[in-house]
Design a protein around this ligand. Structure first.
Ligand SMILES: [Fe+2]
Length: 516
């Protein structure tokens, strides 16, 4: 394996230096003067992937989201002809991309929040049964470009931020996404940043990290929010790649709407009791969103063609991620992951979110005729990052896939209580929601299993005929593998493990980008 013709070493242990245009990621447009002084370009050491694989980036102490499996990596690597154990299916022809926060040039680690780390995309190129390359690249926001000693091309957009939450394919492009303000960034096939992307000059204002793409209608849907708005927006981006319709939906208190759901008929908007706090923003809170007991939790059903949302009050919780949703007669079915109330998305001094309990998988059945929302827990095993076969988005699904990473929930619960070693494990879960059964693929302690992405087998007809790909750490190697499972033999041995040259920090979301 040949590694690294591009290698940078920027961060250094506990001296990580400040930076963060923190509030910018949430649309405040606030500058962070101290941050701008950062120590960019502390020159490449050539110490190689081992540095990045140690996971000791920020030193021990009170910052769980900068340590261990979360520790930012310090270098951009390029590696070719990766070692593979097992056999890579030959029809896996494309790139698996996943992103997450990877703080660059921190001066004050205690002022940092995990959700505001500069986005870094980790990608693996598969073709003809081989793993051709691995690359990890920071998204070049203006701040990141400056930190790296590079020139930012063109004009810097408002609310500029190195999008860190999702990376998706869209009409031959790759887009890195962020909620609450920043424009998406377009990346090229080798993860280099091209430019901010505004859907052919039609996107005005904030976007979302969790779009929904209906492959039959060829429509990309988004629900977007911004701290100063008195509404949220449903955007429909049509087959020409332009924002073709914007529906403003009035909401109070500027809630943080991380995700939503889409069916064939409806957009399901989830109004959560985590709302913008101007006082916290004034006081310099890095993520000025707080749990708000006064804000009722509601689910809104908006006709997909636009119009007025019909709202239903539901028990407070944090609606985290949509698995999928669909229409069933006059009922809307939504499967999603949730965290119990109260949930502190902004955390309480731990540098990341804080939970008061484990995440789990739930289902709402919104009966539009009776005007009622039924709620059922599909699985109380701690789990998150639900995904579905993307061809089923907005249509009835049978299967879903989730991940559980002990390291993630341990960090989330740092503030509230007991490290959850006994009840959490590292695993991927396949749900058969028709039969109400599930299969669990376990990984060892320290594996930090991340979001499972379904890739259809070439010529597949059945919904689960394909592969699950996910980044999973190999604690023995001190680095991350791309694990490939057979979705129909979920508990069987992985079909293949691709050995990456470094560690992929626990992060957020990603996609399979098939070659055309
Ligand atoms: Fe998310």
């Amino acid at each position: 394996m040949m590694t690294s013709h591009t290698r940078r070493r920027i961060l250094q242990g506990a001296t990580l230096a400040a930076a963060t245009g923190v509030a910018e990621g949430f649309g405040l447009g606030r500058s962070a003067p101290a941050a701008r002084a950062a120590t960019a370009g502390t020159a490449a050491t050539g110490r190689g992937a081992g540095t990045a694989a140690t996971g000791k980036g920020a030193g021990k102490g009170a910052l769980p989201f900068l340590e261990g499996a979360f520790a930012p990596v310090t270098e951009e690597l390029t590696a070719f002809d990766l070692k593979v154990t097992g056999r890579l299916p030959r029809d896996l022809d494309g790139r698996y991309l996943r992103t997450g926060p990877n703080a660059l040039g921190l001066e004050d680690v205690r002022a940092h929040h995990w959700m505001l780390g500069d986005g870094m995309v980790h990608g693996v190129r598969l073709r003809d049964g081989r793993a051709e390359w691995y690359r990890n690249r920071w998204v070049r926001s203006s701040r990141v470009a400056k930190q790296l000693g590079e020139k930012y091309p063109g004009e810097v957009p408002p609310d500029d931020f190195a999008c860190n939450t999702h990376v998706i394919p869209y009409k031959g492009r790759v887009l890195a996404l962020q909620e609450g303000g920043p424009l998406p960034y377009e990346l090229d096939g080798e993860l280099n940043t091209v430019r901010p992307y505004d859907f052919r000059s039609t996107l005005r204002g904030a976007f979302t990290a969790h779009t929904k793409y209906d492959p039959v209608a060829d429509e990309l849907h988004a629900v977007t929010y911004y701290p100063t708005w008195d509404h949220v927006r449903h955007l429909m981006i049509d087959r020409t790649g332009r924002v073709a319709r914007t529906t403003e939906v009035p909401v109070a208190d500027a809630p943080m709407m991380h995700d939503f759901a889409l069916t064939q008929k409806y957009v399901v908007i989830v109004d959560v009791p985590i709302t913008f706090d101007a006082e916290a923003a004034e006081a310099g809170a890095v993520v000025p969103y707080v749990w708000n007991d006064e804000h009722p939790m509601r689910v809104g059903v908006l006709p997909r063609a636009g119009g007025t949302a019909r709202w239903f009050e539901v028990d407070p919780m944090y609606y985290s991620h949509t698995l999928n949703a669909y229409d069933q007669g006059d009922t809307v079915v939504v499967d999603f992951s949730s965290m119990p109330a109260p949930f502190y998305a902004a955390g309480r001094g731990s540098g990341g979110p804080s939970a008061t309990g484990a995440p789990a998988l739930d289902r709402w059945t919104i009966d539009l005729r009776a005007g009622r929302v039924g709620s059922v827990r599909l699985d109380d095993r701690p789990q998150e990052f639900p995904r579905v076969n993307e061809a089923r988005v907005s249509r009835r699904h049978r299967f879903g896939y989730t991940a559980s990473a002990a390291e993630m929930w341990r960090a989330y619960e740092t503030v509230d209580g007991v490290p959850p070693d006994d009840k959490f494990t590292n695993c991927l879960v396949k749900h058969d929601l028709l039969r109400g059964t599930r299969q669990v693929h376990r990984f060892p302690k320290g594996a930090a299993a991340s979001e499972p992405v379904f890739v259809p087998r070439r010529g597949a007809r059945d919904e689960d005929d394909g592969y699950i790909v996910a980044y999973v750490n190999d604690p023995d190697r001190g680095a991350t593998d791309l694990v490939v499972l057979s979705a129909q033999d979920f508990t069987g041995r992985p079909l293949a493990r691709v050995q990456l040259p470094g560690r992929v920090p626990l992060g957020f979301h990603g996609s399979w980008v098939a070659d055309a």
